[in-house]
Write a protein that binds this ligand. Structure first.
Ligand code: MRU
Length: 347
């Protein structure tokens, strides 16, 4: 691990999903126990738990705990809970992917609640453990693209706080820190919910990584003027053609990086690759409440009644992505994920 507490774990008695409540960072490291479907859905919608891999893991584990003591009408409860959790947020494929795995694990046992619950718990634990292992593999493959002393830029938080392991985009940074490498990471603050400022800065400072916070509108000039050698970002969905859906602002960073010859590396587990979606323009981009823009951190930043446009994600065309790093290796253009992720040894 990164020395941080797990972002998503089982509670001590195994009856709840214990998450780091990310709404309260950086002021306070607080934990939240989720026991019901409503609690799981609410935690995902309000970004108490966030990041594509983490919401997949939390959704699966939440489905396993929320069905305890629901023996009467188990199959109907399962169907309603699985549907509600899968739809809690629409853009990251990891959430419906994880719930589909849970459905498959229990499909033939819905008439036997005790054994169904055991199967659900075991599958959720497999999804959690696999995510942890995939983060480590991404970090190892990603490290081959970096070297000691590099200056990097990242957007949003694709670190330990976004996964059940050491993160995706930040996984090689954590591994490099363990080796004593001296990397310098510029972190975009990531308006409107400030995942970069609140979470990435907290995580990197905690790990002893040199990190400098910039506002989002500084990214292009910082890429040009501050010796950035690579951009590392995560993904919420990687399409069959290699288009990458990630936190809004990623597209602008990729355009600026391309203009200045800085490589853009996207790091994500194979569970984020969606062969069924042909291209970025086909992805449902979550639209969030405009109040997140007009009232950042609860304080008015715009006149009362101001309207705001608030898409949570954008898509970056594959032509701007220098490499996609998954747990299976480093994938270079031209990308073709129409049959899933094929292992590669290239760097
Ligand atoms: O709205 P969020 O905070 O869930 O958005 C998170 C991102 O966009 C991350 O970059 C992405 O999920 C990858 S996390 C490993």
């Amino acid at each position: 691990m990164s020395g941080l507490p797990p972002t998503v774990a089982w509670s001590d008695d195994g009856r709840a999903v214990r998450i780091v409540d990310q709404r309260r960072l950086p002021a306070e490291l607080a934990f939240l126990d989720l026991r019901t479907v409503d609690e799981v859905v609410n935690a995902i919608r309000t970004l108490a738990v966030r990041g594509a891999p983490a919401i997949g893991v939390a959704g699966a584990m939440g489905l396993a705990v929320a069905l305890r003591e629901r023996e009467a009408g188990f199959a109907a409860h399962f169907e309603a809970a699985a549907t509600a959790i899968a739809r809690a947020r629409p853009t990251a494929v990891n959430l419906p992917w994880a719930i589909a795995r849970m459905r498959a694990a229990v499909a033939s046992r819905l008439g036997e609640p005790a054994s169904a619950l055991r199967l659900l718990h075991d599958e959720a634990e497999r999804i959690r453990a696999e995510d942890e292992a995939m983060c480590l593999a991404i970090g190892t493959h990603g490290l081959a693209l970096l070297r000691d002393g590099m200056t990097l830029l990242t957007h949003c938080n694709a670190g330990a706080l976004a996964t059940a392991g050491i993160g995706t985009a930040l996984a090689p940074v954590h591994l490099a820190a363990r080796r004593g490498w001296r990397l310098h990471v510029y972190a975009d603050e990531t308006r409107p919910l400030l995942q970069g400022a609140r979470l990435t800065m907290w995580e990197l400072l905690h790990a002893g990584v040199q990190a400098t916070l910039i506002t989002d509108n500084m990214a292009a000039a910082t890429l040009r003027d501050r010796g950035i050698e690579a951009v590392l970002v995560g993904a919420d969905r990687i399409c069959a053609n290699g288009d990458v859906v990630n936190k809004v602002g990623t597209y602008g960073v990729a355009l600026a990086a391309h203009a200045h010859g800085v490589p853009v590396y996207v790091l994500a587990p194979s569970s984020t690759v969606d062969p069924a979606t042909a291209r970025g323009a086909d992805v449902h981009i979550e639209q969030r409440d405009g109040a997140e823009v007009t009232m950042p951190l609860g304080a008015a930043a715009a006149p009362a009644g101001a309207q705001a446009y608030n898409p949570a994600f954008d898509w970056t065309p594959a032509r701007l992505v220098s490499a996609i790093v998954t747990d299976r290796g480093v994938h270079r253009p031209p990308y073709d994920f129409s049959r899933g992720v094929v292992a590669t040894s290239s760097t």
